[in-house]
Design a protein around this ligand. Structure first.
Ligand SMILES: Cc1cc2nc3c(=O)[nH]c(=O)nc-3n(C[C@H](O)[C@H](O)[C@H](O)COP(=O)(O)OP(=O)(O)OC[C@H]3O[C@@H](n4cnc5c(N)ncnc54)[C@H](O)[C@@H]3O)c2cc1C
Length: 397
């Protein structure tokens, strides 16, 4: 799908990503799902086409592209393979963008080099007892002499076991045991002792990227591993989470791309498939369904593009990113479900991509902030109030 208002460079970029999506990426999508193997070959394709690390500033080896550029690429790739779309999200947005915004020179160089070499950084926030309530995390980093010692468990970490660079969030305590705030530490899997991948989650969809439990056992890191936003540790988590608004837009884009892919298949099939002596698209019941699907997709695309463009001078706006993610994820699930229905029994077969798309798209109202919690974000922004969710009205430290 294309939109008006794109620059000639963006149209070219989109065409490059679509060519890849419709060619080698589409050809491998079913196999990636079936084998549950991380598609390293697709990473190489993305690298060769310069579609990863695009948002990294030129001085660190990237191309200094904006969020909308990244969105165009992610949208195109996800229409064929959501796993590859997610790789494009996490090599252009999220953890890498947090480091590029708030990291030290040394951290920026290291992270940029790793991503441009094909690493998909992992972001480690969620814990078994701290999901939506991320502030309730218990992973801790204790300052002991000239190092921090990290202990705790994270789960549902995308890329666990394939990612090298990890941005690990932990409650930071000084040498006297005083709480200082939530900090983000950079840890490299094959260098940090005590970073252990202990389980791979058996997921419903998006099976080509592992979701892992990661245990941190006495993981020692130097103070230089701490990514320190300008307002310091007390506001560090809030600042680092602004970077997450880019990832939210990216996640919404993957859902959008999957739904566009499914819609395209349904549209084609509705002309090819005949029943009662005529193409099924001659039945008004299906014509109206196609109309509704296209309206949902156009509205979702407009929200996603608007949210992406709001980040022209920094990160996407929190309200717009949340609105885009809620609307797109919920409507994409419906569009894919409707598209599957067009195929009748065939849609339920694993020989067609519809059932995979239905499994893949289901994730996006959950990961990266659930649709319910993001509604709290939207309401808080509209009402210009903090809306604490804990019983005593305060967040735990
Ligand atoms: C495929 C996948 C990939 C993920 N990748 C990562 C990753 O890379 N890194 C990472 O750190 N995490 C990751 N996550 C975790 C994800 O961010 C969490 O699943 C999400 O934040 C929700 O937390 P939870 O699963 O513990 O649900 P819970 O917080 O237990 O929520 C359960 C239900 O209660 C609702 N709920 C909770 N609080 C409220 C409230 N205040 N108001 C209204 N409703 C509420 C939720 O919306 C949900 O429906 C991933 C998850 C998935 C599924």
């Amino acid at each position: 799908m294309t939109a008006t208002g794109l620059s000639p460079d963006q149209i070219k970029l989109q065409a490059r990503a679509l060519e890849l999506a419709r060619g080698p990426v589409a050809a491998r999508a079913a196999e990636v799902d079936r084998t549950e193997q991380y598609p390293w070959d697709n990473v190489e394709l993305l690298k060769d086409a310069r579609l990863i690390g695009m948002t990294i500033p030129i001085r660190y080896g990237g191309q200094g592209k904006n969020w909308l550029d990244a969105v165009l690429v992610i949208e195109a790739l996800s229409s064929a393979c959501a796993v590859t779309g997610r790789i494009a999200v996490e090599t252009n947005m999220g953890a890498i963008s947090a480091v590029m915004a708030y990291g030290s020179e040394e951290q920026k160089k290291m992270a940029a080099d790793m991503v441009l070499a094909g690493d998909k950084p992992a972001i480690c926030i969620t814990e078994p007892d701290a999901g939506s309530d991320a502030n309730g995390m218990t992973t801790r980093a204790d300052k002991r002499g000239n190092r921090y010692v990290v202990n705790g468990r994270k789960h549902w970490i995308t890329g666990g076991g394939v990612s090298r660079l990890h941005l690990v969030f932990a409650k930071v305590y000084d040498e006297k045991g005083e709480f200082e705030g939530i900090g983000g530490f950079l840890a490299i899997r094959d260098q940090a002792q005590g970073l252990k991948i202990t389980k791979r989650e058996p997921t419903m969809g998006l099976r080509g990227i592992p979701e892992a439990v990661i245990d941190f056992e006495e993981m020692e890191l130097p103070p230089s591993a701490l990514v320190m936003p300008p307002r310091g540790l007390k506001k560090g988590f809030a600042d680092l989470m602004t970077a997450y608004n880019s990832q939210r837009v990216g996640a919404a884009t993957v859902a959008l791309g999957i739904a566009q892919g499914a819609y395209g298949l349904a549209l084609d099939w509705s002309e090819k498939r005949h029943q009662f002596g005529r193409p099924i698209n001659e039945f008004q019941g299906l014509q109206w369904k196609l109309a509704d699907m296209s309206i949902k997709l156009s509205a979702a695309q407009a929200l996603v593009y608007k949210a992406a463009e709001s980040g022209r001078d920094g990160f996407p706006d929190m309200l717009l990113a949340a609105q885009a993610k809620i609307f797109t994820s919920e409507n994409a699930i419906q569009v894919v479900n409707d598209a599957l229905q067009f195929f009748g029994a065939r849609g339920y077969s694993r020989e067609l991509p519809l059932e995979r798309m239905a499994r893949d798209v289901r994730m996006f109202t959950i990961g990266g902030g659930t649709a319910e919690v993001l509604r709290n974000v939207v309401a808080g922004a509209l009402l210009k109030k903090k809306l604490p969710q804990t019983r005593d009205g305060w967040t735990k430290d």
